[in-house]
Design a protein around this ligand. Structure first.
Ligand code: ZN
Length: 268
């Protein structure tokens, strides 16, 4: 379990959209041609092409969660998850991961796991750690959402990835953000979606913004059918390329008493 404050600095998961052309080469996935040089272990799990320097099959949880995440997103968000290929590049040791990232993505700051999407398929990079399963769910959630929607507002992309990084347990996902969210709700602090929408780039997403984004996704999905409908219709409109406007406006209109409802939900 990690403390709130260290998520971004030491363990955080960076979602990057790199918009330049070019081919990765030399023992790397060639995203332009969807071919890959041979890795010691390669496998196809649904739409995920796995490339790794260790036997991933020895970790059945990785295989199982990759198989279930797509269905989990589809069922929860009620949008189509497009079967676009996604490359997963996994390393047994942090040092190999770091060496690889420094070689091919020298300008990208160190993160324990990364989602990178260029013009080709999305790529997820990670190394074995005690957080690897969470990292993979977080980053592959980004990959699946960005494969399926024309764009995802930054804060919502992170809020959804945070939400889906915990596997569903019973009816409600337990998450490290629960405690801090409840503590803030006790002090009647309600984050505004509008201020999250104003966050322009990932470097401005701090630990607080991750927690607030998670809390809004969690609240909308679980408070009531009405609140869930607001988020789901927003995502469905996005997928249909129908200009969705700002989610904050929809919440103002459709859940005008959102402040009290947010507090009541997290003070329960
Ligand atoms: Zn992320």
């Amino acid at each position: 379990m990690h403390a709130d404050g260290d998520r971004l600095n030491t363990t955080n998961l960076l979602r990057l959209v790199i918009m330049f052309a070019g081919v990765l080469c030399g023992g790397v996935v060639d995203a332009q041609t969807s071919t890959a040089n041979r890795w010691p272990f390669e496998a196809q799990i649904g739409q995920f092409a796995l490339h790794s320097d260790f036997n991933v099959a020895a970790d059945p949880q990785i295989v199982a969660q990759l198989g279930s995440l797509q269905a989990d997103l589809k069922k929860t968000l009620q949008i189509e998850i497009y079967p676009e290929p996604i490359h997963l590049i996994l390393f047994e040791h942090q040092s190999n991961y770091q060496g690889y990232m420094q070689r091919y993505f020298p300008n990208v700051p160190f993160r324990r796991a990364l989602f990178i999407k260029r013009r080709g398929p999305g790529m997820v990079f990670a190394y074995k750690s005690d957080q690897m399963h969470i990292d993979l769910r977080h980053e592959t959630s980004h990959a699946l959402l960005n494969a399926s929607l024309p764009y995802v507002p930054l804060w919502l992309d992170e809020g959804l990835a945070e939400y889906f990084e915990s596997p569903p347990t019973g009816n409600v996902r337990q998450h490290v953000h629960q405690v801090s969210t409840r503590r803030k709700a006790f002090w009647r602090q309600v984050p505004s979606i509008e201020s999250l929408e104003a966050v322009g780039d990932l470097s401005a997403m701090g630990a607080t913004e991750y927690q607030e984004a998670w809390s809004w996704v969690h609240f909308l999905l679980h408070e009531s059918d009405q609140s869930r409908g607001v988020l789901i219709r927003f995502l469905q409109d996005l997928q249909a390329h129908s200009p969705p406007g700002q989610l904050s406006r929809r919440v103002d209109t459709e859940l005008p008493d959102w402040k009290n409802r947010y507090l009541a939900y997290f003070q329960r």
